[in-house]
Design a protein around this ligand. Structure first.
Ligand code: ADP
Ligand code: MG
Length: 261
């Protein structure tokens, strides 16, 4: 079957106004992503990973300027998207999971109600239907005993469980792409492995496209079909994960792989 791109990023740059001209933080980056495929974006802190993700959701900082040929998302150009387009795209088509799950969760609202409200905002359905869907997505995210424990507030949960709630929230409106921006960075190694396995399983079971952002190249082989390595705003390496890891062409990637444990 022909590979069908859901996302095609073409020559995208992001810059900020600086004292001596614009500071380019993402420089002419291009990549594609097909349905059911995963892309790992790796690179050290400050290399431009988050700016790429944020340009896909229209949530760049207000001073940032994004330019390029096109960001094709299911036939629409995100570089031309307006507020109305973003309202449909965010959450319902592309969902993002952040390093700090509390960024997406309201501390004053129970897990049940935050996910239920998101579902009811998205599609007109009864409370009972929203509740059933809440239990379903919590189950998909591996949240234990959802019927009982969804009455918890975020602060009553461990970091790992909060990240599962954030994943359930991301799944709640049936997105086609999930972007996990350093979503496992703050977690203990064993929990990190569980979340990585979960995201991989969701990608495969639901046919989701996944962008997994990490500064840990070691995670790339576990998660990615394809790998994009960022260095100082440039895509210095891109291709199949094995191909890039086995035969890196850039000194930065070679150095990273040599220093990996
Ligand atoms: P990463 O996610 O790879 O750690 P980012 O994409 O967040 O890196 O940032 C890329 C570059 O953009 C960094 O050098 C950062 O300092 C710069 N940057 C990010 N946000 C802003 C901002 N609001 N104003 C100016 N520069 C910014
Ligand atoms: Mg970042």
């Amino acid at each position: 079957m022909a590979r069908q791109n859901v996302l095609s990023v073409e020559n995208v740059s992001v810059s900020f106004p600086g004292n001596s001209g614009d500071l380019i933080v993402v420089d002419d980056v291009s990549f594609t992503l097909a349905a059911g495929e995963s892309l790992v974006i790796a690179g050290e802190s400050g290399s431009g990973k988050s700016m790429i993700c944020q340009s896909l959701l229209g949530i760049l900082p207000p001073q940032a300027k994004v330019s390029g040929t096109r960001i094709d998302w299911l036939g629409r150009d995100l570089l031309q998207a307006g507020d109305k387009d973003w309202r449909t795209i965010r959450g319902a088509e592309i969902a993002m999971i952040f390093q700090d799950p509390t960024a997406a969760l309201n501390p004053l609202i129970t897990v049940e109600h935050q996910i239920g409200d998101a579902i009811r905002d998205h599609r007109k359905c009864s409370r009972a239907e929203a509740r059933a869907r809440t239990i379903e997505v919590l189950g998909m995210a591996g949240f234990p005993e959802p019927e009982h424990r969804m009455k918890s507030y975020p602060s009553e949960l461990s970091g790992g469980l909060r990240q599962r709630v954030a994943i359930a929230l991301a799944l709640s409106c049936g997105p086609k792409l999930i972007i996990a921006d350093e979503a496992t960075t703050n977690l203990d190694v064993s929990i990190q492995a569980q979340i990585v396995t979960l995201l991989k399983k969701l990608q495969q079971d639901l046919g989701l496209a996944l962008i997994f952002v990490t500064h840990d190249l070691g995670l790339a082989a576990q998660v990615g079909d394809n790998l994009l390595v960022m260095y100082a705003g440039h895509a210095v390496e891109q291709g199949g994960v094995r191909q890039v890891l086995d035969d890196p062409c850039h000194p930065y990637t070679r150095g990273l792989l040599r220093s990996a444990p």
